[in-house]
Write a protein that binds this ligand. Sequence first.
Ligand code: AMP
Ligand code: ZN
Length: 125
Amino acid sequence: MKNCIFCKIAKGETSAEVIYKDDKFIAFKDVNPKAPIHFLIIPKKHIPSVNHLKTRDKKLIGELFLVAQKIARKQGVAKSGYKLVFNVGKGGGQLINHLHLHLLGGWTSPTHHPTIKERDIPGMP
Ligand code: AMP
Ligand code: ZN
């Protein structure tokens, strides 16, 4: 898709800190990270958002989650845990209209986590 920044990254026309690529996907560091580890995983194929997925994309989306799992393992957050997030549409906070899965993690303690406080964790005083 012309004028799509993530298509340009996928084609190597715009630079990004690429951490993973294969024939269908590419993952790179978010330029404005919201967590100690923040990657974006995108299909090379231009799909604007989750709202635009078709039945024919079923396999691709399944594979996208397996890529996320692989990246989490390689980047050392599989055990500590991480978040996978799709923002969908304007109201969902989606700014770039090329499907992307946010992988966020690397918080060193529960109190650094944006949504979990120690008091929410069973067993903690
Ligand atoms: P979203 O709000 O879900 O559309 O997320 C878009 C994300 O893309 C934001 O977290 C941005 O910081 C990130 N972003 C925008 N442009 C770039 C870029 N050229 N390289 C890396 N990340 C980007
Ligand atoms: Zn695109």
